[in-house]
Design a protein around this ligand. Structure first.
Ligand SMILES: NC(=O)c1ccc[n+]([C@@H]2O[C@H](COP(=O)([O-])OP(=O)(O)OC[C@H]3O[C@@H](n4cnc5c(N)ncnc54)[C@H](O)[C@@H]3O)[C@@H](O)[C@H]2O)c1
Length: 373
C-alpha cells in the first residue's frame, strides 16, 4: 500500500511538490480551496507555465484532489505539508491568515486520534512555527518548518536537485521522517540542514538576504565603475573568480525583484527590529537596489533621445518566467516611457498580456518566440 501524504494548497509551489511526491510512489492528497482551480486539477485540464507540470499532471494516477482537510483524519494521513500563500503585509511582515484558516479547521475537527506531522513549507515570520506548535500540540499535531529554495520557471527541477534541504524539526524523530520523504525524490547530493524551527525560519530569509546583498553589491560596484570610466564586466569577473566569493549572482544588470527576494529581505529586517537587533544589511540592500534603479534610469535618459526606440528584451523579473512581481526591468521600462521615451517590450505572450492590461497605452509590444523546451 502506498504511503499517503497531504499537500494543503496546491498552487505554484504545492502542485509541483505534490507531483514530485506522486512520481516517486506516494499517494498524494492535494487539498485546494479554489473550486474552479481544483476542478481543473481533478479533470487534468489545467495548463501550467512551469516546465514538466502538464506532463506530470496528466501522468499522475495517485493524486487525489480534495477541498477539505478533514480527509487527513478520514484517510489517516500522518504527513501534512502546508503550502498556502503568505502574502506580504504593508509593514514588511507576512500575512499568516491562510495558514490560520487551515489550522482553525483542524482544531474544529477535534483532537486527532493519531499524532500527525505538519510541515510548514510557506514562508513565515521567524517564531511563527513555534506559536503554531503551541496552538496545535493539544490537538495531536507536531509542527516543523520546511521551506523550499526554488525559483519560478524551474520549480520541479529545483525540488529534485536542491543544494540544501532545510528542516526545522519538531523533534529528531519527526526530522528523520521528513528527511526520508525528501530522500525518496531528491536526486542531487543535497546537504540536509537540520535545526530547530526558529533557526530554519531565520535561515530561509537570511539566504535570500545574502543573495540580494550580493546582487546589490555587484550593481553598486558596476555603477561605481561606470561613473569612474572603468570596465564593469572585467572587474566583476575578476572578483567572482575568487573561490571565496564565486561568480553566481555577481553580474551587473537590473536590480533584484520577483516574488521572493525583495520580500524575504524586508521581512528579515522587520523581524530583526522586532527582537531589538536592527539588521543594517537588509536595509542597506534595499536602499542600494533603489539607488541602482535611479542610476540606470538617469543613464538611459542621458544616453537615449526621445526619437529613438528603447527596446526591452524581456521584462519578467527573470528570463524564462512570466512573473512581473517587483520586476525592476518593467519598472524601468515604465519610468522611461513616462519620461517620454518610445519603449518597445519584447516578451512572451504571457508577459505581454499582463503588461498590456496594466499599461495599455505606454508601450509597443513584440511577442518573442518562446524557446523550445
Ligand atoms: N512560488 C514561489 O516561487 C515560492 C518560492 C519560495 C517560497 N514560496 C512560498 O510558498 C508559499 C506558497 O506560495 P505559492 O506561490 O505556491 O502560492 P499560491 O498562491 O500559488 O498557492 C497557494 C494555494 O493555496 C490555496 N489555499 C489557500 N488557502 C487554502 C486553504 N485554506 N485550503 C486549501 N488551499 C488553500 C490557494 O487557493 C492557492 O492555490 C508561500 O508562503 C510562498 O512564500 C513560494
Amino acid at each position: 500500500m502506498k504511503q499517503k501524504i497531504a499537500v494543503v494548497g496546491v498552487g505554484k509551489l504545492g502542485l509541483c511538490f505534490a507531483l514530485n511526491l506522486e512520481k516517486v510512489g506516494f499517494e498524494v492528497w492535494g487539498i485546494e480551496c479554489k473550486t474552479n482551480y481544483s476542478n481543473q486539477l481533478k479533470q487534468k485540464d489545467f495548463e501550467s507555465d512551469e516546465p514538466f507540470v502538464n506532463e506530470m499532471l496528466c501522468a499522475a494516477t495517485s493524486l487525489v484532489i480534495e477541498d477539505d482537510i478533514a480527509c487527513v483524519q478520514k484517510e489517516n494521513i500522518k504527513d501534512i505539508f502546508l503550502m498556502v500563500a503568505t502574502p506580504s503585509l504593508p509593514d514588511g511582515g507576512y500575512d499568516h491568515s491562510q495558514i490560520e484558516r487551515v489550522t482553525d479547521r483542524l482544531i474544529a475537527l477535534g483532537k486527532s486520534d493519531n499524532v500527525r506531522n505538519i510541515y510548514v513549507g510557506c514562508t513565515t515570520m521567524p517564531g511563527y512555527c513555534a506559536q503554531l506548535s503551541n496552538k496545535l500540540g493539544a490537538y495531536g499535531y507536531t509542527v516543523s518548518y520546511n521551506p523550499e529554495f526554488i525559483a519560478q520557471g524551474s520549480i520541479i527541477r529545483d525540488q529534485q536537485f536542491p543544494d540544501q534541504v532545510l528542516i526545522g524539526e519538531f523533534s529528531q524523530e519527526v526530522g528523520d521522517r521528513l528527511e526520508s520523504i525528501y530522500r525518496s525524490f531528491v536526486k542531487s547530493n543535497a546537504a540536509f540542514c537540520r535545526m530547530d524551527p526558529l533557526s530554519a525560519e531565520i535561515t530561509k530569509l537570511a539566504t535570500n538576504c545574502f543573495l540580494t546583498t550580493k546582487i546589490s553589491f555587484a550593481n553598486s560596484i558596476g555603477d561605481l565603475a561606470k561613473t569612474a570610466g572603468a570596465d564593469v564586466d572585467s572587474i566583476l569577473k575578476a572578483i567572482g573568480a575568487d573561490s571565496r566569493i564565486g561568480s553566481k549572482y555577481l553580474n551587473y544588470g537590473f536590480g533584484f525583484g520577483g516574488p521572493c527576494f525583495p520580500r524575504d529581505n524586508r521581512a528579515l529586517g522587520k523581524y530583526a527590529n522586532s527582537v531589538g537587533y536592527p539588521l543594517r544589511i537588509s536595509e542597506a540592500t534595499d536602499m542600494v537596489n533603489e539607488e541602482h534603479f535611479q542610476f540606470q534610469f538617469q543613464h538611459y535618459l542621458e544616453n537615449t533621445s526621445s526619437a529613438e526606440l528603447v527596446v526591452f528584451d524581456g521584462v519578467a523579473y527573470k528570463a524564462g518566467t512570466t512573473q512581473i512581481t517587483e520586476s525592476q526591468q518593467l519598472r524601468l521600462a515604465v519610468a522611461l516611457a513616462k519620461a517620454g521615451r518610445k519603449v518597445v517590450i519584447k516578451d512572451s505572450a504571457g508577459v505581454i498580456d499582463q503588461v498590456s492590461k496594466l499599461h495599455p497605452e505606454l508601450f509597443k509590444f513584440e511577442t518573442a518566440v518562446e524557446a523550445a523546451g
